[in-house]
Design a protein. Sequence first.
Length: 400
Amino acid sequence: MTRIPRGYKNYGDPIASAMENSRKVFIDTFTSSGYKVFSPSSVQLLSIYWDRLSAAVRDRIITLTTPFGEQGCLCPDLTLSAVSHLSAHHAPEERPLRICYAGQFYRVPNPPETGIEHYQAGAELLGWEGHGADVEILSLMLGALENLGHEDAIVVLGDANIIDYLLQKVEPSTGTALSDSLLNGSLSDYFSILENRRVPEPYLSYLSVLPTLKGDIHVLEQAGRKLPRKAPLSDLQEIARELSLLGYRDRLRFDLSLVRRLGYYSGPVFEIYSPRSGKSLGGGGRYDRLLNLYGIVGQAIGFGLDLELVTSSRSKEEPPFFEGIMAWAGSLTPAEAIKAAKSLKRTGLPVEPSWTPSRKRSIALARRRKYRWWTDLSEDTLFDLADNTPVAKNEWLEEH
């Protein structure tokens, strides 16, 4: 049998190369702003997650016992892995802590989905006690999406504190049912609960209007008129104002009934959408209360993107050729060919050696692999396969 277990994936070219390029672009965007790279293990201790994830996610954890007899699991959530690591390895005076990552997490799929293994790129900013954390990470995320071919991606923002505030006078069981219906996208269930259970006024009116508060930045003005005067709108208002000043106003939408599935969010939350994808590219939000469980004071905000979906749904079309070189050894010995290829490698372009004795076959393979350039290492010429023209190697090296 040659297949791998159901629910898992092997990635081959061209998607593997494209995803690796996306990973590099994403990581470079964040490391250029002081974020450090985190590489989590696929196997974690179960205790890290059990009391900190919602029941709906907890039921999907894939548990195991390590060879040392410890109760473990396949990593179900990269944010919790990162927070656990940082709380154990960094002193308070090192905060705020900024990390980015690209790795895999695993969950039992909800039917009709079958995927268990997911490849995610994300970033976290932990322990900041002033203003600006939300705007920093959201602006970097939007910049990364632009670099990845998603200049038209839309961010939909809500705030878990608004929903919590409106549910404070509602019986806990009713509040849970209302939150679950919003999470599942079932407005019919939501309004049925409001109609059939005891929800006191004026909160019944406020909760009835909540799902209608969706749209562009003007929704926040409507919310100020239709929700209680003390409703916690200030965080969203600040994020909207600052991101608008950075030129992102047209890419912001608001949904004040937005709920995220993980259950540990305690402030602004968001989802990211592309017009070329039928589902969310990812999402994130603030999780200050979760951070407090680890003994870290301050704000915490992070997000994760589905790296495969981000890669496969980007707007930029792949060029017919990519800037790489197929270098044919021809009559040269292996040592001679490797030495001859060194000058080409100094350009920073990929250089693939070709050992086939057939010049014709080497050129055909270069075309098949979409290399822009082909060269016989024993000669002083490169061939531009895009237009079948020769170029003097010395001149080409000067330009590159």
